[in-house]
Ligand binder design. Structure first.
Ligand SMILES: [Mn+2]
Length: 337
């Protein structure tokens, strides 16, 4: 719900309406567009006494807003959000490229990959310690030991680390050992997990569920934001369609759409989005051309012996070549690398 103030409304009148919204149990978000002020009411709009609000001085009308994602949406937050991780910012002019293996397999593998992707131009490292796999017999990750490896590798290389969290109980261990908490596609609607990562201030990388609409993705972001964590990065990673040549169908239109609907940074994962090594480069280029703020790319020092997702992982050499080819595309769309 949005309260539109008259152009002549005073600062005092605006403040009074905002305070009244708060006493009715909603959160007030004041926005100024052109010469008018509007006040968004987030929370439970059914709690609002509309007649009372309409009678307050300076109020012109009350609009029902279509977008159910009040905090993730652009409606009350026109300026883009920049997520900061140390020196790295995601959502600004510079592209942010996350690279690394699907899974943490050993300290040697992780350190070698981290050094290789760093020299190839990556800004952050990815690697899963907890791996939710389709089959219970597949490699499930090194767990807590994997987190310790990630912590040592980020200290050794200076690269910030993103890693998937699969259980609310792991939040405290993970905020000590990694820089970005990743919510995987399978957990996008695990609301207890979303709320748990919302209660800390560590940035969250939220992947789109493989059968989720963009509105559902934004509502999941809303769960995190509503708990107080404003540092959320959205990630398009492909959705399930009838096509079988690719692992998923990467929804390239999701990139400009999410940027229109939301102020949150949007990155693209062409590795899971296609599931095929040879498609990673062209789709990465397309994602940046479409306006993505960054990329999440699987890189393994020896993809053929990877314990997970080797078929879609690039070698460090191919990753470096991709970064070179990205440069002119980034340039054309006004992004720096
Ligand atoms: Mn993977």
């Amino acid at each position: 719900v949005r309260i539109v103030m008259r152009p002549t409304a005073t600062v005092r009148e605006i403040a009074r309406v905002a305070a009244t919204i708060e006493t009715m149990g909603c959160q007030a978000h004041i926005a100024r567009e052109d010469k008018r002020t509007t006040i968004g009411a987030a929370g439970s709009p059914q709690q609002l006494d509309r007649d009372h609000l309409l009678a307050l001085p300076g109020v012109q009308e009350i609009l029902d807003t279509r977008m159910p994602f009040k905090l993730a949406g652009r409606e009350f937050h026109a300026q883009p959000t920049t997520v900061r991780v140390g020196d790295l910012s995601i959502g600004g002019d510079a592209l942010a490229v996350f690279a690394g293996p699907c899974a943490v397999e050993s300290e040697d593998q992780m350190l070698a990959t981290a050094q290789a992707v760093k020299s190839g131009g990556a800004h952050a490292l990815r690697g899963g310690a907890f791996k939710p796999r389709t089959s219970p017999y597949s490699f499930q990750g090194l767990g807590r030991e994997g987190l310790q490896i990630l912590d040592r590798v980020r200290r050794a290389t200076g690269l910030p680390v993103a890693s998937e969290i699969t259980h609310p109980e792991d939040v405290s261990a993970m905020v000590e050992t990694v820089d970005i908490l990743q919510i995987g596609a399978r957990n996008m609607q695990n609301y207890a997990l979303l709320q748990a990562v919302g209660r800390v201030q560590t940035p969250v990388l939220l992947k789109r569920g493989m059968m989720s609409t963009l509105e559902e993705l934004l509502m999941s972001a809303e769960y995190i934001l509503a708990q107080g964590n404003s540092q959320v990065i959205l990630c398009e990673r492909g959705i399930r369609t009838f096509e079988t040549y690719t692992r998923n169908t990467l929804d390239i239109s999701a990139v400009p759409l999410l940027k229109q609907l939301s102020h949150l940074p949007v990155i693209v994962d062409p590795s899971h989005g296609t599931g095929r090594r040879e498609l990673v480069e062209p789709i990465a280029l397309a994602a940046v051309a479409a306006g993505a703020d960054g990329l999440l790319i699987e890189v393994h020092v020896d993809p053929d012996s990877a314990l997970s997702d080797g078929h879609q992982s690039l070698t460090p050499a191919r990753f470096e070549a991709l970064m070179e080819r990205l440069r002119p595309v980034a340039d054309v769309v006004g992004r720096t690398m």
